[in-house]
Design a protein around this ligand. Structure first.
Ligand SMILES: [Zn+2]
Ligand SMILES: [Zn+2]
Length: 468
């Protein structure tokens, strides 16, 4: 059962002061107490470090579950989430937030925490005399990927039922649930989209390329839901462990230039800015919380892709087993790369009732981005920022070929793993890409885009097709 009411015993509604204390405490306790835990100077090694009253959650020597009782563990995790939200101005009272919920433990916790924040904001609203305080809106999105990878019907039914029951069991304010097929990136005509999606995936022979393409399409679907329903933030449950895997796999795939774009708290290169409030939480901790609080989760049986991504996941899992701080170390190290200028929430509108504290935080945060990289051109397929010098070289090399439209607007990694090698298959791929990717390719194409546009005229959507 979801933790969703005021009867919940889980400290969900404690006040801000408590959380601040928890944050500081957890920082302080992290190192010294871990040493103390190992050498047992506190006498009773079964008791929680924070409250010194209750039993620890587990006997693990590393990880917060081995240091805290379940209450302190929970409030520590929520504090990390809250810290990420507040110090990056992720959610302000006038926002409408879409939480991407796959059914897995990480996005389940993201949904739970966003919900708890909203409930608290709603309580403050009801308590305020003039009711002038805004409460941000929350919606939930689930992307049904049956058309992209074969999933047994009963399994997808079970997943959707669980998603529906989780969302409907959350206490008010009511949250809209959007269950959308991944092929909707093409148009509202689903059977047409399904056909195109199948053909598109068939043009990609590399297993890793196929898997990555599906995740790019998933992001496009989420963006589409958000834009069409008036959401201005997209919250993902991406945690430290996921980011650590992404850091290694991107490095392996030669995506070093664009890597800093994907691993920040905020990614505003999209029409609807993406926020990662669980960036500082480990998958193990989020799993643990779901178990401890009985948060319902559901996961599809994974069809093994046996590509780079799976290989890297098992490699990082092995590293983490050897040393439980490895995932955090990988993310912290990659975090030292210079971010892009879109790695923050764009300037907040002065007049929309945004509290002063949020604006101040934003100013402070923007100050941190003085030395950030700027990028105007993005990969047509993965939306990764392009290193302009690479693009120029490529264009001069392939000038005159129709295929240079895609080759000249794709990062080297997508070229290697997703783009077919011969130009006829490249043309086919271009004709099968969803409109938003084609638009990106056109935007990024060289200044003589008119002549190129003529060459690929038959693949372009006419205005009325775009509208439908
Ligand atoms: Zn405790
Ligand atoms: Zn790319």
């Amino acid at each position: 059962m979801a933790c969703n009411s005021s009867a919940c015993q889980s400290n969900c509604y404690r006040n801000q002061d408590d959380e601040a204390t928890v944050e500081q405490d957890s920082l302080r306790t992290n190192k010294t107490d871990r040493l103390a835990a190992t050498y047992g100077d506190s006498g009773d090694t079964h008791l929680c470090f924070k409250c010194k009253a209750k039993e620890r959650m587990s006997s693990s020597e590393e990880g917060d579950d081995g240091r805290f009782c379940s209450d302190c563990f929970r409030s520590n995790l929520f504090a990390k989430f809250r810290q990420a939200v507040n110090s990056n101005a992720m959610i302000s009272p006038s926002d409408k937030v879409l939480v991407a919920f796959s059914g897995g433990p990480c996005s389940r916790v993201a949904l739970q925490f966003v919900h708890e924040m909203q409930v608290k904001a709603h309580k403050n609203f009801e308590a305020s005399r003039d009711r002038s305080l805004h409460v941000f809106g929350v919606g939930v999105a689930y992307i049904d990927e049956t058309s992209a990878c074969p999933i047994p019907l009963h399994e997808i039914d079970r997943t959707i039922q669980t998603i529906q029951s989780v969302v409907s069991s959350l206490s008010p304010p009511i949250k809209d649930l959007h269950i959308v097929q991944i092929e909707s990136v093409y148009s509202s005509n689903l059977s047409d989209g399904r056909e195109k999606l199948k053909k598109l995936l068939d043009t990609v022979s590399d297993v890793t390329g196929k898997e990555d393409l599906i995740s790019h399409l998933r992001m496009l679907s989420l963006q589409k839901i958000a834009a069409e329903n008036g959401y201005n933030r997209l919250v993902l449950g991406t945690c430290t462990s996921r980011i650590a895997c992404h850091v290694i796999s991107s490095t392996v795939k030669g995506q070093g230039y664009s890597l800093p774009a994907d691993i920040q708290y905020v990614d505003a290169r999209w029409e609807v800015p993406v926020a990662l409030p669980l960036r500082d939480c480990l998958a193990q901790e989020l799993n643990m919380l779901c178990c401890a609080d009985g948060l319902k989760t559901v996961e599809l049986t994974k069809t093994s892709f046996s590509g780079i991504n799976d290989l890297v996941s098992s490699f990082v899992a092995l590293l983490q087993e050897e040393n439980p701080s490895r995932e955090s170390t990988i993310v912290r190290t990659a975090g030292k790369l210079t971010p892009f200028n879109f790695s923050r929430i764009p300037d907040l509108n002065e007049s929309n009732g945004v509290p002063l504290a949020t604006k101040r935080r934003q100013k402070r945060n923007n100050f941190k981005h003085v030395n950030s990289l700027s990028s105007e051109t993005f990969c047509a397929v993965c939306n990764g920022p392009l290193n302009m010098s690479d693009v120029q070289t490529l264009r001069s090399f392939e000038a005159g070929q129709v295929s240079s439209i895609l080759a000249g607007t794709c990062c080297s990694s997508c070229q290697f793993q997703i783009l077919p090698k011969d130009s006829i298959s490249q043309e086919l791929l271009l004709s099968l890409l969803p409109p938003s990717m084609v638009a990106r390719a056109m935007h990024g194409s060289p200044s003589n885009s008119n002549s190129l546009r003529e060459k690929i005229q038959e693949f372009l959507l006419s205005d009325d097709e775009v509208e439908s």
